[in-house]
Design a protein around this ligand. Structure first.
Ligand code: GMT
Length: 380
């Protein structure tokens, strides 16, 4: 198949999922074209069958707001025409599905039918889609797609409850992990760079948006590490980072925190953790938790959104109400203090990641879904 994939290139789950899916499809012999405004951070430039196309947005001074969505539609149309795309896969309803729809309309006028698949990742529905001005356009993007997928059953239900999708069916296809790259025991030399020999490691990876509740990371860690010698490694960057640093100083744990900034080869760091900590208000899925699980690391997280579909309560991790930092600290302390428990849960986490979310198992699901959409009649 010839597949175009549209995504955001920045650090964030949807871009990771889109890029990793593109790589896996290319490896399986499909002709894949990634379309974005910059090279996505996990893009593998040297993979056969995989190409990147940049959306060029004019900075002409006439435009106060350069029309990115139209530049994207134009780029999609050109790529689809030049390479004869069968499928266009938009990650996010807005703006990607809308630009994809526009490109498809322009192309169909020219006799080429491209099928539009849209994957909903959460933020498009929980934040963007809830803003009044975007509600109807999100619905429009969903209804105009030939196929729509959601990364979890919870997100699907949320979409059905908040957006009138008309006759549009939503298929749940969970995110996947490359369990050969994300695995226990990788890069042991990294551990000494992160923490002292006698320190346990609690790790958090995010874009430090408010929805991630990163201050709860610091708060619960400060509590949990009162009786266990531990280090908090925070990876990523974002708007809440300065507040996290302030809080770490205030709680007297700043010298036990490593603010590591963004790091692309995250599979080198995750296996060094003793606990992965993701206390988000909401996660439609929680890809970073899945990647930690694949590395054999137990998770302490929240019982909201799609996370309980990934982390099994009391088996591969402990899930609590968002904001309940006391219970979270208790779970972290338990895992840090009881090595046998941490090992058992870490092994269960790896097992869960491999059995339910392995890339090789989910790739055929995507291929079959694309085939199903391709077999649909063309839109009038
Ligand atoms: O979580 C973020 O801030 C990034 C966001 C995105 O849109 O890239 O992630 C969303 O999509 C990921 C991949 O499907 C999911 O694993 C995340 O849970 C989801 N984030 C939220 O729902 C807040």
């Amino acid at each position: 198949m010839k597949i175009g994939i549209v995504c955001y290139p920045t650090h964030g789950g949807s871009g990771v999922v889109a890029t990793e899916l593109g790589s896996a499809l290319a490896q399986n012999g499909h002709d894949v074209h990634i379309i974005s405004y910059a090279i996505p951070f996990r893009f593998d430039s040297f993979r056969k069958n995989l190409r990147y196309h940049e959306v060029e947005v004019s900075a002409y001074p006439l435009f106060r707001y350069p029309p990115y969505d139209l530049a994207l539609a134009g780029t999609i149309m050109e790529v689809a025409q030049q390479y004869g795309l069968d499928i266009l896969h938009a990650h996010y309803a807005i703006p990607h599905a809308i630009s994809g729809h526009l490109a498809r309309e322009m192309l169909n006028g020219g006799g080429k039918n491209v099928k539009l698949v849209t994957t909903l990742h959460g933020t498009d529905i929980t934040i963007i889609g809830q803003q009044r001005i975007f509600q109807r356009i999100t619905r429009f993007g969903i209804r105009q797609s030939d196929g729509v997928t959601s990364v979890s059953a919870e997100l699907k239900q949320r979409v059905i409850e908040t957006i009138d999708c008309g006759a549009q069916d939503i298929e749940v296809i969970p995110n996947f992990v490359d369990a050969d790259r994300f695995k226990p025991g990788c890069c042991p030399n990294k551990r000494a760079q992160l923490a002292g020999e006698d320190e346990k490691i609690v790790m958090h990876v995010s874009n430090f948006r408010e929805v991630k509740r990163p201050r709860d990371v610091v708060k619960a860690f400060a509590d949990a590490s009162k009786t266990v010698k531990a280090r908090l490694v925070l990876i990523g960057d974002g708007p809440e980072l300065p507040a996290c640093k302030d809080l770490a100083r205030e709680l007297g744990v700043f010298d036990r925190c490593t603010f590591a900034g963004t790091y692309d080869a995250i599979w080198e760091l995750l296996p060094q953790a003793d606990v992965f900590f993701l206390p988000s208000e909401y996660e439609s899925f929680g890809l970073s938790a899945l990647e930690a699980m694949a590395c054999g690391v137990p998770v302490v997280g929240t019982n909201t959104g799609g996370t309980p579909e990934v982390v099994e309560q009391d088996v591969s991790g402990f899930l609590h109400d968002p904001g309940d930092t006391v219970a979270m600290a208790e779970s972290i302390r338990g895992l840090l203090a009881d090595q046998a428990l941490a090992q058992r849960m870490g092994a269960a986490a790896r097992e869960r990641a491999v059995s339910a979310f392995r890339r090789d198992a989910l790739l055929p699901v995507w291929e079959q879904y694309y085939e199903k959409v391709l077999a649909l009649p063309d839109r009038p």
